[in-house]
Design a protein. Sequence first.
Length: 123
Amino acid sequence: MFVEIDFNSDEAIYLQLCNQIIYGIATSQLQEGENLPSVRELAENIGINMHTVNKAYSILKQEGYLKLDRRKGAVIAIDINKLQAKNEMRDEMRYVLAKAFCKNISCEEAKDIVNEIFNEFAK
């Protein structure tokens, strides 16, 4: 698994890690049942604190992207709760679309962007 952290970003490292793992799942770089590196191993490979990796893994577990197994470690296990996912998506998109509206991006332009991004994952 290849993870690239931007240490100059305003986004917290654990969030960057979460987002990259979710992106990896969406683009099929990470598959259901696949083991992720151990907390210690990933922290050493990236050069970050183990607690940061642990926090990312915990969040991903809470959000239903992986399960933590004592013997296998972190395993990709997607918990499909579509209603909850749609509600979370709506909340997150409300903020993104508010920013777009403030920048005079039209509804059609926003739809085109959503379709373009969604098609990246549907390949």
